[in-house]
Design a protein around this ligand. Sequence first.
Ligand SMILES: [Zn+2]
Length: 563
Amino acid sequence: LGFACLTHHDPTRLLEEMRLSVSVSALLPDSSCLQIEQVTIQDDGVVISVQARSSTSCCPLCGRASDRVHSQYTRRLADLPWHGRSVRLQLHVRRFFCSVPDCTRRIFAERLSAVAGVHARTTNRLREAHCLIAMALRGEPGARLAKSLAMATSPDTLLRRIQGLSVSVPSSIRVLGVDDWAWRRRQRYGTILCDLERRCPVDLLRERTAQALRDWLQQHPEIQVISRDRGDDYIKGATEGAPQAVQVADRWHLLRNLRDALVRTLDRHQAVVREASRTCAVKPAPQKPTQLVAEPPTTRRLTAQSESRRARRLQRFEEVKQLHAHGVSQRVIAERLGIHRGTVRRFVHASSFPERAQRRYRRRADSSTAYLRRRWGEGCRNAARLTKELEVEGFNRSYHSVRRQVARWRRQDGGAVVAPGALGRRRSSITRPSSRRISWLLLKTDDSLEPDEREFVQVLQERSPELRTAAELAREFREIIRQRKKEAWSDWLVRARAPETAKELRTFADGLQKDEAAVQAALTLEWSNGQVEGQVNKLKTLKRQMYGRANFDLLRRRFLRAR
Ligand SMILES: [Zn+2]
């Protein structure tokens, strides 16, 4: 017993060596079963000779202990590095005779499962470290990091480490949240399952199908509540797979479905929307009615890029319309054109091309534009000065942006460049807010609207009683969901399904009626998929780290191990 570098044999040194040896043992994978024979510190690493402490070992076949040693051999195991030096264990393994007469195994080698697997060439703990590296970085980059940490391994080994991980699915889930996640956006979706009580993901499914969900649920008869969206797949899967469970329509999805219905209604009322936006946009500012002629358009400048983007979208819209006219199903259209099914659905139901949403900074830009417009009317034409004034007024707008605006008005003042017809067309297609944006406005309460928004909403509702009713129903439904007004539900449902209601909202209400038990559960039970959203985001991050090259199994293992 001793260190190769220490060769003294006076009693105090020996005692020191012993103490050192005992404390070094603490650095071994399992000091209770291994003892050190020798430690050699070399330039390229540390070699530790070890052997088992126990004088006996158990036969792997019959389980009886034996102390009759047959022979010995050396096993080499890579271990965790010490202070940047790689560590190799030279493990002296003994072979034993099995002394049980009727055991078929005559000779066996001792096993040290706490240290390493049977044929492993690394200790368990180094394996675990490699696994962590593999999960963070995968093959090639992981191997590079491992090498610089003095625990070198190959990229293939790292990938095998992840594949070798077992991921267990907990068996006592009471409340389950089911949602979908984009494996490839707009094309392929999978299913994520979360334990809503423990607030953690429990499994990932490759697909978003009724069958996949049903098969999974059949393994989990303990589930009592399932929160899910109102997609047919999940309803069917949950009903067949877990008939014992109460299904809850997820409140967030309910509100999203509501807004989609409102958007579709608005898509159908493009003409009214156009009129209303024209009425509101052309209206003169009350204090300066004479400026009407020089009224600059509030349009954001159309860049060549956004023009072409719009053209592409328009083309897609026409393709969808055409395919639909030929009787191609919406699902097939989505697959063939590589666009989202929701988009296909919108396009199919829209009476005319639905414009894209305006940028978010729109309103802010508009209020600074209103100021500029007033100053322009007062005769100030100097962009630099206007920029300074804006700054004092608390607007954050660049000199270049102001100069562009001023230059545009100057051109219009000259009257030569922009033909009125062209301007009119452009305005009608672009200044009009998108259906999505209007749907937000319609859902807002009166006092949370800006004055110009309120006016727009009023004009819109005056011109179309159908839109007014639709908006009222939508606002009511939102309140019912938000405040769980269970008592208001059945009355709302009757009115929403009345023949005079906009057909998109009627369809929405019909769908709710079909799924009524789940909707009512959403008004009674607290469960909702809000937290699942966070898990989906985690999954997205993980997927991005894997650079899209990961296969499903790898992703699933990594995701569930990280929970
Ligand atoms: Zn035996």
